[in-house]
Design a protein around this ligand. Sequence first.
Ligand code: NDP
Length: 234
Amino acid sequence: MSRSVLVTGGNRGIGLAIARAFADAGDKVAITYRSGEPPAGFLAVKCDITEPEQVEQAYKEIEEKHGTVEVLVANAGVTRDQLLMRMTEEDFATVLDTNLTGTFRVVKRANRGMLRARKGRVVLISSVVGLLGSAGQANYAASKAGLVGFARSLARELGSRNITVNVVAPGFVDTDMTRALSDDQRENIVKQVPLARYAQPEEIAASVRFLASDEAAYITGAVIPVDGGLGMGH
Ligand code: NDP
């Protein structure tokens, strides 16, 4: 059956791989993008998740064209890496407002339709860094750890309505976000990963699609690591 799926930040990187995975399986996929030309093949809706009005507008358009969102993947996220000493109030606030409060905005809006439908799948994209911590990423790690408490609270709140809420925690994935790192940094990261390589975005998408599938109907409040073993033991 073709479902109405929304992937935030689905115009590139991990989000685009997730959007493609759902589209390949026959779902109706909407993606959000902020600027530039969105990729073809999806219902692309312009939306900055730090702007509540834009979130509302995006949902109106998606509901009109694809119906109530049945699967939400909250993927959009940013980094503003800096050691604490140099981290500005703005660096901290921007990352929290995008990664955590932005996720709250899109999940809250999706919840309305899911409650009415008495079914729904929510998958949040966190990070291994939210659980392990990372020097220079206190803002990012705090936002990604926050998603775990957020998801687990919602899993309890919404479980009786047949809505599951899960978290995927990727390790290092080959996208624009990690291509911004220096060669030295990239090499050091690979040394710490038991599988000794970066993930491809499609490898994250596979877990997301599983969590949204019928086979995963009894999984909620889970944090699924897709990190090549980097975070094991946390
Ligand atoms: P990219 O930097 O390649 O893409 C980020 C996406 O988020 C873009 O689509 C971007 O849109 C969107 N976005 C950022 N800010 C906003 C905003 N305010 N409103 C709407 N959309 C926004 O990152 P990745 O694909 O690598 O990361 C995707 C997710 O996975 C993020 O949440 C990231 O934290 C997480 N992650 C990534 C890892 C990695 O190694 N790459 C590891 C673990 C987690 P636009 O194109 O318009 O800027």
